[in-house]
Design a protein around this ligand. Structure first.
Ligand code: NAD
Length: 479
């Protein structure tokens, strides 16, 4: 497969876009052209949705769940075989450090899709429920053609969180990849071909916002699964509301790391790179607000500052790199703008915040830490999507929970304490879809998603399979 020149994948075939237009993908670390992808438009979306519909109405839609599961498991294996190259390609597209990319782009997609193959094979498609009038036959049917729209930050894992349960449930998919990471999506097509996925079961159309809108609007789509910004999510939800089209939304975040007075600051500091700076801060669930006890405020600020200073900035393809470049010039400028807003808003910058010395090529930003941040300030409220943390003082457990919950978002969060039980009790009170106690790690078998402006619905676990089924009750007279 040529990942430098990628076309659409429709009905089991590589095909040029109807406009002939292309998207140039730029390498984040070098600002050089990495490759080009055909740019799909509404006409291409129509072709892809029609192919997905034909596949759904054909043998795929009628196959036994176990039969489909075997194909999906084969597809997962084919992705795994390509994992190493996929990881490097994504790191070049979006600047993700390769050590992380190997896990989330190289390994996770096959693990997620393989999990759903196994789960779907075990999920009963029909069950009998005795009732007052007679028995009811409750059926789980594939919901239909799924439109999946993904961002650039974790392009492979986020696509797998949609493709895996959709295919395992018996649906067919049109994936709209993002312009910044339009090349790696082709790996799914290559693996689908290798695994003999029937034509039309998985279709891929790279493109921008208008291409995504065409997919959301298309009358042949039965469900939308979206990951991206809250602004785009709101627009998509509004349109799906009009169309009465089921939709799941995984959106932005501004999560809090609650540090309690009894916390082991060494353990907290060791966890911080993954919890707060993961993927150069371009992570929806990153804990970008650190809530520090007033009694240990100076100590926590110092620990966070030390961690930020010690992160190795560099080439994302180097295994030693902890912080690579941001995805694009626009994203870098946006992040630098927030750092200026923090400074002019009265917060105290303790480290970083500039362009690292010697890194004038590639969109690098030095990890930045702000102390004395008010939770009502712009940098504490808005999702920055870069390596920028705010340390906010709290006056005890209730105050910490109040500040954590005083956010438009509710996606992630962590609690740091040597008393695990206390940590769980606080986690129960944090208004968020996911919370970690002295750790944070998304698990394939547990629901992931947000409350408030962080989204609607869940992915992963059995809860992530359910939205791809349509339920039907057949009432009978049988007793
Ligand atoms: P974005 O919303 O700009 O774009 C995401 C995708 O949606 C892209 O493919 C884009 O082309 C498409 N799109 C944009 N507007 C659309 C519209 N109106 N209709 C249809 N499609 C549209 O987001 P981004 O900048 O690419 O990604 C970063 C955002 O994604 C951040 O806010 C981040 O928090 C969020 N995110 C959330 C999760 C999660 O699971 N909750 C995971 C990763 C990223």
């Amino acid at each position: 497969m040529d990942t430098q020149r990628v076309t659409l994948f429709v009905d089991g075939r590589w095909t040029e876009s109807s406009s002939g237009e292309t998207i140039e993908v730029i390498e984040a670390a070098t600002e050089q052209a990495l490759g080009a992808a055909s740019a799909g438009n509404a006409q291409d979306i129509d072709r892809a949705v029609s192919a997905a519909r034909r596949a759904l109405d054909g043998p795929w839609g009628k196959a036994a769940a176990e039969e489909r599961a075997a194909v999906v498991a084969r597809f997962a294996e084919a992705l795994k075989a390509r994992g190493k190259d996929t990881a490097a390609l994504v790191s070049r597209e979006n600047g993700m450090p390769i050590s992380l990319s190997r896990a989330v782009n190289g390994f996770a997609p096959s693990a997620i899709i393989g999990y759903y193959a196994g789960l779907a094979a075990k999920t009963a498609r029909e069950e009998i429920r005795p009732g007052m009038g007679g028995e009811t036959l409750v059926r789980r049917e594939p919901i239909g053609v799924v439109g999946a729209i993904v961002p650039w930050n974790y392009p492979q894992a986020l696509a797998a969180m949609k493709i895996g349960p959709a295919l395992a449930a018996g649906c067919t998919v049109v994936l709209k990849s993002s312009p910044e990471a339009a090349l790696d999506a082709a790996v799914f097509a290559d693996a689908a071909t290798a695994a003999d996925l029937p034509p039309g079961v998985l279709n891929i159309v790279p493109g921008g916002r208008e291409t995504g809108q065409a997919l959301v609007d298309h009358p042949g789509v039965d469900k939308i699964a979206f990951t991206g910004s809250t602004a785009a999510g709101r627009a998509i939800a509004a349109r799906c509301g009009e169309l009465l089209r089921p939709v799941t939304l995984e959106l932005g975040g501004k999560s809090a790391a609650i540090v309690l007075p009894d916390a082991d600051l060494g353990a907290f500091a060791r966890g911080l790179p993954e919890v707060s700076f993961v993927n150069n801060g371009q992570t929806c669930h990153a804990c970008t607000r650190v809530l520090a006890p007033a009694s240990r405020y100076g100590e926590v600020v110092e620990a966070v500052t030390e961690v930020a200073r010690a992160l190795t900035i560099g080439d994302p393809l180097d295994k030693q790199t902890a912080i690579g470049p941001l995805v694009s010039r626009a994203q870098r400028d946006r992040v630098l703008g927030y750092i200026e807003a923090g400074k002019s808003g009265g917060a105290r910058l303790t480290t970083g915040g500039g362009v690292p010395v010697g890194r004038d090529r590639g969109w690098f930003v030095e990890p930045a830490v702000f102390a004395d941040v008010d939770n009502s300030s712009v940098i504490a409220r808005e999702e920055i999507f870069g390596p920028v943390l705010s340390v906010i003082p709290h006056e005890g457990i209730d105050d910490a929970i109040r500040i954590a919950n005083d956010s438009d978002y509710g996606l992630g969060g962590t609690v740091w304490t040597t008393d695990e039980e206390q940590g769980r009790e606080i986690a129960r009170q944090v208004h968020s879809g996911t919370v970690g106690v002295n750790t944070y790690g998304i698990e394939v078998n547990a629901p992931f998603g947000g409350v408030k402006a962080s989204g609607l619905g869940r992915e992963m676990g059995p809860e992530g399979l359910a939205p791809y089924f349509s339920l039907k009750s057949i009432y009978t007279t049988a007793k």
